[in-house]
Write a protein that binds this ligand. Sequence first.
Ligand SMILES: [Zn+2]
Length: 263
Amino acid sequence: MKHNTYFDIGANLTHESFNKDLCDVIRNAKSTGIKKICITSTSIEDTKLSLKIAGSDKDFFITTCGIHPHYADTFIESNIEDIKKLCTNSLIKAVGETGLDFNRNFSLKENQIICFESQLEIAQELTLPIFMHQREAHESFMSCLNNFDLNVNAVVHCFTENKKEFYEYLEKGFWIGFTGWICDPKRGKHMESLISSMPLDRVMIETDSPYLLPKNLKVKGRRNEPKYIYEIAKRIADLQKKDIEEIAGLLYENSLEFFKLEQ
Ligand SMILES: [Zn+2]
């Protein structure tokens, strides 16, 4: 395996499946060439846990702060101040993850919209990038975004859609995050022609650990880890017919630019 430079822009390292061996997971991530990980947070409490992990290696980690659409039913007005307060911590480099998930509908649609728009407002006010999740809610998602004249960097993470949505997002100036979904011969098939021809200047990669273990991997268990990030870069490189070194470097630079980091 080659040692390239990777930035995993989305890993759920506060997930309980990492409780026992997080140190090993981090060490293995580093030894496969990962230079940065953004720990994605899903609630106020979860953000505090993310900050704890991030604080253990401030050169390696950054985090997001926000309320995931799955938890939108728990959102109350005072959370706006909670998020703003937490965002004064310099390890927090984005608001989120936030957005709409009408696939699982763990929270009411109307609550998801209120929770999402509130976080768009916060990101705008604090001029922080925004980390967005969208599943089976493209139209409502775009209509929320169209209520804002967004002037902050925004990424749609775990992109699983088609060319139409991809270019609509680019048109809006958004970044796109790809996960191991694209390595799945069945579920990722429809994205092959998009990936082989897409412009790369706003593309980033993420494992979404512990979820979405790249299907092509033959490993024990189902837990995904940041160390498997190279599978996603390799898939993009193969489809684009480019060297993985070149792709990895480019995606790394994109991620620094997105989060407004210097190194
Ligand atoms: Zn998500």
